[in-house]
Structure formats: C-alpha cells, structure tokens
Design a protein around this ligand. Structure first.
Ligand SMILES: [Zn+2]
Length: 137
C-alpha cells in the first residue's frame, strides 16, 4: 500500500476501493485528507498512508441549487438541491464531501454536529469509474 504516490490520483483509486485514505507525516504526525506529499505542518516529505475509519461530525454545510452536469443528469438542481458539507473526521482532519440521507429542501432539519459515516458513490464503468466521497447520518 505504501508504494502509491501521495497524490489525488492515488486517493481516487483508494476511493474506488472504498477506502478513505490520508497521508500522515512520519515526523510530526500531521494528517492530510486528501493526501499531500509535503507535510502541511512541518514541510517534511516522509509520509505514510493511513486508512481512516470514516466516522465524523458535520461541521458546516451548504445546499447547492446549481448542479454541475453529472449531478444535473442525476436529477439534481434548482428543484432538487443537494448538500455539500465539511466533515471533521474522528482522526482530526476535515474534509469536504457530499452529504446524503438529508433533505436539501429542508436545510433547517440538518444539524451541525450530526454523527456521520462514510459512503462511497460509484459512477461510470471501467476507466471512467469514479467514486464520489459522501457521508450520511
Ligand atoms: Zn510534519
């Protein structure tokens, strides 16, 4: 597992395998999700992969009414908004992801600090296979 470079393409590959992975600095222990090849804290370049449990809390969210094309095709948009949030993982890192299992039309019912667990949304086939990181209550 350690031979994969610390970049977005490795990260996406791991998501395809339903693994949420981050990079951990071997010097100071700082965690980055998505991974970085240079430590965000001490600029060290010795990293190791860590698999995250995929549990966290909702820190912030926004309801998106203007969907990018793939989501518009999936039926999202002005009349069916979707939710994007910042999730603070148990391990401490914060990550932006789709929030599913909540109603974008009733944002007043979405609560900050809600406990969330990771979910992987797969789209496409073969080389076009992509995985969207999502969290749900
Ligand atoms: Zn460091």
């Amino acid at each position: 597992m350690n031979e994969r470079p610390f970049n977005d393409s490795s990260y996406e590959q791991f998501l395809n395998e339903e693994k949420l992975m981050g990079s951990k600095c071997k010097k100071c222990g700082a965690l980055a999700v998505p991974p970085r090849f240079v430590c965000i804290n001490c600029s060290n370049t010795q990293m190791e992969w860590v698999q995250l449990r995929g549990a966290g809390k909702l820190v912030a969210f926004s309801v998106v009414f203007v969907a990018p094309l793939p989501l518009a095709r999936a039926g999202f948009g002005k009349n069916n908004p979707y939710v994007v949030g910042v999730v603070k993982l148990e391990e401490g890192a914060k990550i932006v992801a789709r929030i599913i299992g909540v109603d974008g039309k009733k944002p007043e019912q979405i609560r900050i600090d809600t406990q969330l667990k990771v979910s992987f949304i797969h789209t496409g086939e073969g080389n076009n296979r992509k995985t969207i990181l999502a969290f749900e209550p």
